[in-house]
Design a binder for this molecule. Structure first.
Ligand SMILES: [Zn+2]
Ligand SMILES: [Zn+2]
Length: 235
């Protein structure tokens, strides 16, 4: 667990959060929004005080969040999450990102991420097409931090690397005019299980939490043999 500063709408404030404008006093409990007062949500603070927040306004809070510790080359994948269909599309896009780039890809269904823990952000649609706050807030944070934010490329730009791997997420053309995939550029990460280097042909992507972890097919088989009770154990 780690304390992280995040920005959330008032409706998403949870017990344990510490509001930036009310330092040192965690939220003890929250009440449902009273329909008669849609712009006022009651927070009971530790120490007995009350705080009224607007469910639709954004608040900066410090939250103790679960450590889905991203590795140095992990990427964050953002897109609309308003409906179940949106989330499954985002999950599928993150799979393609992990698969093509050979790095762990986390798809965000909430704002509790520190974008700077990731090496880059991939968005499933143009940032202007976001209609919910999850992606928007994190894209804004990534841009403010000067991180690379990659929008999806048009299908016409898909092209094979000299090694044969077709680039659908982001086609990178080298000085030589050839397409270079992440593996040929030497940018893929190692196996998320054993840490050793990994070739595309030998990689499988395992889902844990909201992250697709590339691992050796052999490591996956071994892990499943050792611990048939759990889906997968990352290193
Ligand atoms: Zn290649
Ligand atoms: Zn491995």
């Amino acid at each position: 667990m780690a304390y992280t500063t995040i920005t959330v709408p008032g409706i998403e404030i949870i017990p344990g959060d510490i509001l930036k404008r009310l330092p040192g006093v965690p939220v003890a409990s929250v009440a449902d929004v009273d329909p008669a007062f849609p712009h006022s949500r009651t927070l009971r603070m530790a120490g007995g005080g009350w705080y009224f927040c607007d469910p639709t306004q954004m608040y900066v809070v410090v939250r103790n969040v679960a450590d889905e510790t991203p590795t140095a080359n992990s990427v964050l994948v953002l897109g609309p999450t308003a409906s179940e269909g949106d989330v499954s599309d985002l999950r599928a896009y993150a799979y393609s990102v992990a698969d093509e780039l050979g790095v762990p890809a986390t798809f965000a269904t909430h704002n509790d991420y520190r974008v700077t823990d990731f090496s880059a952000v991939y968005v499933r649609c143009a940032a202007t097409e976001f209609h919910d706050t999850v992606g928007l807030v994190l894209v804004a944070e990534a841009l403010a931090a000067g991180m690379p934010v990659h929008e999806p490329q048009s299908p016409q730009n898909a092209a094979p690397c000299v090694c044969g791997q077709v680039q659908t997420i982001r086609t990178v053309v080298g000085d030589d005019g050839d397409v270079w995939c992440a593996e040929c550029r030497g940018e893929t990460g190692g196996c998320s299980h054993c840490g050793e280097s990994m070739e595309y042909d030998d990689a499988e992507n395992v889902e844990e939490g909201h992250t697709w972890w590339p691992v050796h097919a052999s490591c996956l088989a071994e892990a499943q043999r050792m611990r048939p009770d759990v889906e997968f154990v990352t290193a």
